[in-house]
Design a protein around this ligand. Sequence first.
Ligand SMILES: [Zn+2]
Ligand SMILES: [Zn+2]
Length: 140
Amino acid sequence: MSRKSWKEYFMDIALIVASRSTCDRAFVGCLLVNEDNRIVSTGYNGSIAGQPHCDEIGHTMRDGHCIATIHSEMNALLYCAKEGISVKDCRCFVTHYPCLNCTKALIQSGITAVYYHEAYRIDPYAEELFKRSRVHVEQV
Ligand SMILES: [Zn+2]
Ligand SMILES: [Zn+2]
């Protein structure tokens, strides 16, 4: 068996992380990885810690979106905010292309690259923002 590349290795882990999602509108998983190839944080789509999950009480819908859910990328970033962990120059591995809000948060946090698996609802403005901020974006 040939040895996995770092990209394959991290995306495989992101897919496992996604399996913990509690909002079944999208099973999404995310990793933040530093320059030493160490995982700094993980996140999946789910409710605020301590609040009921969509798989228990159903979705809270507004304008066709579940508003109870924190996206995996935000969960990964917010854990770092809570614990005081720098994500500057980290790379993001995420199972789905980030939405616009997550795109803005990732760029503003100093993420240098986004590796995504599924080309899910790619927002052209998100693509433009990544390009302008020179964030490397690649499908894995
Ligand atoms: Zn939900
Ligand atoms: Zn998002």
